[in-house]
Design a protein around this ligand. Structure first.
Ligand code: SAM
Length: 268
């Protein structure tokens, strides 16, 4: 397989996400979101992330979400008492949706278009909490490099909060005839390449820019965070899923796989 260099993979991912935005706008979820976001207590965060953020404490704090997509999670942080919220994403098309939600919201977040690997200096050393959620880590070709950029946004003592899908899930293929057969190595080095639009439900037959999904095992994630000067204070694995519905078939098994994890690390 021909894998582009990191810069080209990031650029191709940007184009693929920009194309994906219109497919998301076609969904009933988007129409519902347009109405729901206007409520002062709007939150799309699930119990796990809500609970974790309450534990970390975001009231009166300055927050940044990296890979914020359409901003629905960034805007949810106000219901937890965040003083200010900045959402960063490299997809201009999704940020247009974020700004649309922001206009309808009772609050005012700031949305900035940037590749996480090239953050403007105005975002450096500024935040109490940096948030990374579902489906962001795997777009990053170099996880160590990624953590260095994320850490650069935090004040000393600031906290990184991650709620992500579990790398163990990369070993199985939910579309396979036997979805329980281990299909790929936990230590897989080359990315998964997708040539169809990025959608959360089903498939859309259409040629778009390739998207590159990189597998980072837990060791690589911990090492990346530690090398970036972050002290891991919390790590927990869960049996529930925060992935596409297709993965729900792995729920409630006697031999249960880990489905997602939370991690909190503070900047020394
Ligand atoms: C799966 S979405 C996040 C969805 C979000 N957790 C939610 O539930 O609403 C991943 C986002 O990461 C963004 N992204 C990927 N690579 C990026 C990069 N290098 N810099 C900034 N954003 C990036 C994509 O544009 C996309 O919007």
């Amino acid at each position: 397989m021909e894998v582009p260099n990191n810069k080209n993979a990031i650029e191709s991912n940007r184009q693929a996400w920009n194309d994906s935005a219109r497919h998301h706008e076609d969904s009933p979820d988007w129409q519902a979101l347009l109405n729901e976001v206007a409520q002062a207590d709007f939150s799309c965060l699930d119990e796990t992330l809500h609970g974790l953020l309450e534990q970390v404490g975001v009231e009166g704090k300055e927050l940044i979400q990296l890979g914020c997509n359409n901003g629905r999670e960034s805007l949810s942080l106000f219901a937890l008492g965040a003083r200010s919220v900045v959402g960063v994403d490299q997809s201009q098309a999704f940020l247009e949706q974020a700004r649309e939600l922001n206009r309808r919201s009772a609050y005012n977040a700031e949305f900035i278009e940037a590749d996480i690997h090239h953050l403007p200096a105005s975002l450096h050393h500024r935040f109490d909490v940096a948030l990374i959620t579902i489906g962001v880590l795997n777009w990053m070709p170099d996880i160590g490099e990624f953590f260095r950029h994320v850490a650069s946004t935090l004040k000393p003592g600031g906290k990184l909060v991650i709620y992500e899908t579990h790398p163990f899930l990369e070993m199985v293929d939910p579309d396979a005839a036997d979805p329980y057969r281990l299909a790929t190595s936990y230590f897989r080095a080359e990315p998964f390449v997708q040539e169809e639009p990025i959608v959360y439900v089903g498939k859309v037959e259409q040629q778009v820019a390739k998207s590159y999904w990189f597998v980072h095992n837990l060791g690589a994630i911990f090492s990346g965070a530690i090398s970036a000067g972050l002290n891991i204070a919390h790590f927990r694995e869960y049996a529930h899923s925060n992935r596409e519905e297709l993965y729900d078939q792995y729920l409630n098994q006697e031999a249960q796989m880990p489905m997602c994890f939370t991690l909190v690390a503070s900047k020394g």
